[in-house]
Design a protein. Sequence first.
Length: 123
Amino acid sequence: MPRDSFFQSILFMLLNLVGAVRGRLRDSGVRHLVDAYCGVGFFAVELADLVESFAGVELDQLAIKAARRNAANRQRTNGEFLAGDVAEVLPELLQRFPPTATAVVVDPPRVGCSPASLGLLRQ
């Protein structure tokens, strides 16, 4: 993991969070996942076995490299990690993945989601 990347270090909270998200995703029956602000790919990698395909989006190039390594280490081959601004990459992903069959995990940095990203998600 890159030195400047954020990662939840309180393990019991992290396990509870991923368990809750896994349950919701499994129950939803969606086939695709978008991990917005994916960082080092934690949610995408942890949830990849529940979907046909996934895409993680992150502005930080070093975090994307780490996400790709994490996916390879866990043998998660059904998705990709894209370097870029969520507001710029999300429109293409929302066209590629059918909205009714896609879940979006949003885990933004402290500054939050941009108004443009929130607008896209509301559509």
